[in-house]
Structure formats: C-alpha cells, structure tokens
Design a protein around this ligand. Structure first.
Ligand code: GTP
Ligand code: MG
Length: 157
C-alpha cells in the first residue's frame, strides 16, 4: 500500500484534515497515512516510500520554520507529489491576506527546493469539513473531495 504523509507546523491542522478526509469519504482510503506530531515526521517517514505529501499551513499564521523544515525534508526524501493545503480559512476573513500567504507558501516551497509556482494549492477549513453534512454545495466538503481525489490518484500511480 502507498503511504501519504501529512506535514506542517504544530497545530496547523494535520490531524483535523485527516479526520475531514475520513468524514467526507464514502470509502476507506487505499493508502496508509502518516500523521504524527511535527517533530516526528522525519523518523516516521524514514525508510518509507512516500507517494505524496500534504503540507498543511494555517491561513491564520502562514508558513513557519517548521513548515520550511518539513518541505526541505520532503524534497530531500525525493517526494515529488506535494500538495499545499491552506487551512483555517474560516478564521481568515481577508481573502487578500490569504492570497498573500499562498504566495509566501509558494516562495517557501521554492526555497526548500520544490517547484513552488507549480504547487497545487487547496484552500479550506478542515474543521468545518469535519462538521459538514457532505452536500455538494458545501464548499468546505468540496475542497476535501478534491483533496481525496488527488490523493487517491497519487496512491494509485
Ligand atoms: N477554526 C479552525 N480550527 C481548526 C481548523 N483545523 C484545525 N483546527 C484546530 O486547530 C487545532 C490544531 O489542529 P490539529 O489538527 O490538532 O493540528 P496538528 O497539525 O495535527 O497539530 P500537531 O499534531 O500538534 O502537530 C485544533 O484545536 C483544531 O480543532 C480549521 O480549519 N479551522
Ligand atoms: Mg496532529
């Protein structure tokens, strides 16, 4: 089974995003998930082949030193499929600021050695998605559907 890793600074929402994926998906994932406290990511993925990684960044805080270190770790480990999830948009009510943070994230990923400009970015609220009734008109859920589809595709590749 493929392994997909959740990366990002402490408290930015990795575990909540994993819960949102489980909540919004009709079927169980076809991949193993690595979701550990941020300090443990390096040891958790050691020796594993990682099909894809999600870098979670809270839109309320922007990328942190930890985020950068994780990005570097993923690049060093040869992880090609990286998706950025800009989380906690329910708390970030200024779309211009969120756009600025997205640019900051892309720049940070490029500094870490990834192609920040080409990075797929999803924006949403993992917390809202865990509370969603799953209607296709609920934007918090549709973002999670998009992420779930992307992850399944990476896991099958
Ligand atoms: N408002 C809001 N809160 C969120 C969202 N996602 C996560 N949180 C909250 O942020 C806090 C941290 O979320 P976690 O999912 O535990 O973060 P984590 O990245 O797994 O943290 P560590 O495992 O400690 O590295 C919790 O209180 C969550 O409920 C969101 O989209 N919106
Ligand atoms: Mg966690």
């Amino acid at each position: 089974m493929s392994t997909i890793a959740f990366a990002g600074a402490p408290g930015h929402g990795k575990t909540t995003l994993v819960a949102a994926l489980a909540h919004c998906s009709a079927s169980p994932p076809t991949y193993d998930i690595v979701d550990v406290p941020s300090v443990q990511l390096g040891s958790a993925i050691a020796g594993k082949s990682i099909a894809a990684a999600i870098v979670v960044v809270a839109a309320t805080d922007g990328p942190q030193e930890f985020t950068f270190e994780h990005a570097q770790l993923l690049v060093t480990r040869g992880v090609k499929n990286i998706v950025l999830f800009l989380n906690k948009t329910d708390l970030a009510d200024d779309p211009e600021l969120t756009e600025l943070i997205e640019m900051e994230c892309r720049e940070m990923m490029s500094r870490a050695g990834a192609n920040g400009d080409a990075l797929p970015v999803l924006t949403g609220s993992a917390l809202k998605a865990t509370q969603s009734t799953g209607g296709s008109d609920d934007p918090s859920a549709t973002t999670i559907y998009a992420l779930a589809d992307a992850l399944e595709a990476f896991a099958q590749a």
